[in-house]
Design a protein around this ligand. Structure first.
Ligand code: GLA
Length: 441
């Protein structure tokens, strides 16, 4: 009789298990990481970050005054709720193996949790900064080897956002290596009770847009650091990207972004006026800053103001607090604007919004004022026989149209419109004609 003893039974089970695993593995789809979501950043983060103006010269007083100013000047109510500390909050410069990661008690005498509470009590959120190396880009202690411990510390402080910055290193590293870096921190954050938005700051190396969302990253930089320029010839210092460089870098990447995971075109330069302590660049004109802002809204980039908000001039403040433009950025559908027409210096960008209307941006990159025409049929492939147009910078309804819309666009200006298809009623009057007459009464 064939007797199976316990040992043989056990070996048989192991074999069965091994065979089943092989069968399952070969049936499973190839190495693409399963999408992960921390449920955060369903619309792009909007707020302020300390880096573009202050560099690492930051402290508690600046952060508190910034929060107070954002409340007083209307920015918070226009949607700017994130207040993010960038590099320079840490106590020590040098490698993590030689120093712990602590806040600098001279700069932040009441600690980071005091600032998080201060922000939360006012309906705002606090962000912090670290990196996967021994040191951060400005030479402070990084998180390498201490990811779980640091994630716990940030969560205990009540921090809501982490910029995790590889300093554009590992440019040629295999994707698996890069993924490991960001997966480690993402996993560490996801085990915390307090949700923390994760920004992978990585200059777009390793086609990060293809895999970051799958790791639970909420936004990722698509290019190198922005400079305070609208269109500097080439790259300043052969490295920095100006506004149009960032814009061009994003063409083709639209499909990777959506609710919870966004292409990040870098922080805003509106209001820096060439005066930043940190950024290179000679500044841009009011019109150019407004164009930059409109473009970041259209592509749903995170919008983190880099200027000193305690000292914003009226024009910059009006630019930043245009709620109709911010609403495009925050539109819940999260459709990213595509370039729908490219006539050399004249370009048209458009996106469909959650309510079925469309946002349209006419950009003139040229040196002279130009006449531009927009046709829903040709540019949106939408058969709109009648449509209404609203100018989102003039805050004015321009009327109803059944032909292409033609207007002037100044050099480096972006005109932004919201267009809405109109149903035609039985008596031939468009529904909106009727609505406009209602309004006029
Ligand atoms: C890198 C980033 C910047 C900023 C600095 C801080 O250069 O790209 O946005 O965070 O590091 O050192």
């Amino acid at each position: 009789m064939f007797v199976v003893n316990k040992k043989q039974k056990f070996a048989g089970l192991i074999w069965m298990f091994a065979l089943l695993s092989v069968a399952f593995a070969s049936a499973a789809p190839a190495a693409q990481p399963a999408p992960r979501s921390n449920g955060l950043a369903q619309t792009p983060p909007v707020g302020w970050s300390s880096w573009n103006n202050f560099g690492d010269d930051i402290n508690e007083q600046i952060v508190i005054e910034t929060i107070d100013a954002m409340i007083a000047n209307g920015m918070r109510d226009a949607g700017y709720v994130f207040v993010n500390l960038d590099d320079g909050w840490q106590r020590y410069k040098g490698a993590r193996r030689d120093h712990p990661l602590e806040f600098d008690p001279k700069k932040f005498p009441r600690g980071i949790s005091y600032l998080a509470d201060y922000a939360h009590q006012r309906g705002m959120k606090l962000g912090i900064y670290s990196g996967p190396g021994q040191t951060t880009c400005a030479g402070y202690t990084g998180s390498e080897g201490h990811e779980a411990e640091d994630a716990r510390m940030f969560a205990n402080w009540g921090v809501d956002h982490l910029k995790y910055d590889s300093c554009c290193s590992h440019r040629e590293a295999p994707k698996e290596e890069l993924q490991k870096i960001f997966r480690t921190m993402s996993n560490a954050l996801m085990t915390q009770k307090h949700g923390i938005v994760l920004h992978a700051c990585h200059c777009g190396w390793g086609d990060i847009w293809e895999w970051a969302a799958g790791l639970g990253v909420n936004h990722w930089r698509i290019g190198q650091d922005i400079s305070d320029d609208f269109n500097y010839p080439g790259n300043r210092e052969q490295y920095y990207f100006d506004v149009l460089d960032q814009l061009d870098r994003g063409v083709g990447l639209e499909k990777y972004a959506g609710p919870g995971h966004w292409n990040d075109y870098d922080m805003l330069i509106v209001g820096l006026d060439g005066q930043s302590k940190q950024l290179v660049g000679t500044g841009a004109s009011n019109i150019e800053y407004r164009t930059h802002f409109s473009l970041w809204a259209m592509v749903s980039s995170p919008m983190l103001v880099g200027a000193d908000v305690r000292k914003l001039d009226q024009y910059s403040l009006e630019t930043l607090t245009n709620k109709e433009i911010v609403a495009l950025n925050q539109d819940p559908a999260g459709n990213i604007a595509h370039k729908v027409r490219d006539d050399g210096d004249l370009e048209v960008f458009a996106r469909e919004l959650a309510d079925g209307s469309h946002a349209v941006l006419l950009l003139n990159r040229g040196a002279a004022t130009a006449t531009m025409t927009f046709s829903p049929r040709a540019d949106l492939q939408a058969p709109m026989d009648r449509y209404s147009i609203r100018d989102l910078w003039k805050h004015r309804d321009l009327g109803t149209y059944d032909i292409p819309f033609t207007t002037e666009v100044q050099s480096h200006e972006a005109r932004v419109f919201r267009i809405r298809q109109l149903a035609t009623s039985a008596n031939g009057r468009s529904v909106s004609d009727a609505a406009e007459q209602e309004l006029a009464r």
